[in-house]
Design a protein around this ligand. Sequence first.
Ligand SMILES: [Fe+2]
Ligand SMILES: [Fe+2]
Length: 297
Amino acid sequence: MRLAQISDLHVVARDRLCYGQVPTNQQVRQAVAHLNNLKPSPDAVIASGDLTDHGGDEEYSALRELLSPLKVPVFVIPGNHDSREALLKSFADQDYMPPTGSPFVNYVIDDYPIRLIGLDTSVPGHHHGELCAQRLRWLEGTLSGRPDAPTLIFMHHPPFRTGIRWMDSAGLHGGRELELVVSRHPQVVRVACGHVHRPIHVAWAGTIASTAPSTCHQVALEFGGDGFEFIMEPRAIQLHVWDPGYGLVSHLSYVPNSYEPMALLSGLKAAEREQIVEQSRRDYEALCKSEFDRRNW
Ligand SMILES: [Fe+2]
Ligand SMILES: [Fe+2]
């Protein structure tokens, strides 16, 4: 089985820019095209939260439209930028989605060689995440139901400290309790998260916990900073490949045409930013052309 993971799409209303700077909708469109072009194709896609930037109905409408070209099923969970209520309403036509009005967006997919568990860590109105007693009980019961099925849990907030201080300050409450639950269930082959907009992995609770890069802007690798900094490092998706002989082998795949300046765009004036982006675009086109000529495509 090949399971693609996209994360932190931060879709905004049509014709808007995220933070007034990042064309997140266009970038999601490119990520979807990239997923459709993977050979061989993934069997399914998980989207690990921050699907939209503000959780508005218009954003979910744009999200559904952007995801609609996907050739394989996509399973979504909320992040801190989402609205649980709006998400449930927007995806109400999807069989896997809990009914509108459900307290959490928790569900299980038993259609693949890897069992998928979507776990809702969101807390309405807050950026930190939480796994309360109710959600942990649900997870314990769900994992106990099929102890022999290799299982991937996907959720938004990672259960470990990343060292990126300002992201950790919006981390997960209840991570230690989750660790105890997962430790009791060795069939969990991965806890796949988002939120941090960077690829990170760590041995945790007898398995591996990881975070995925964003399909849009990345978070600056700044351990001591207190403020919000994002950086236009290349965008990427993850591809988790299940091999019964080895386990889950995870790849990072950069989204083509995503070359952008390695600059902290958030710290620049608009004119400076446009100049850098334009120069970067010209450089990238020249690079593509020379590669095209060299390979005689
Ligand atoms: Fe995010
Ligand atoms: Fe987040």
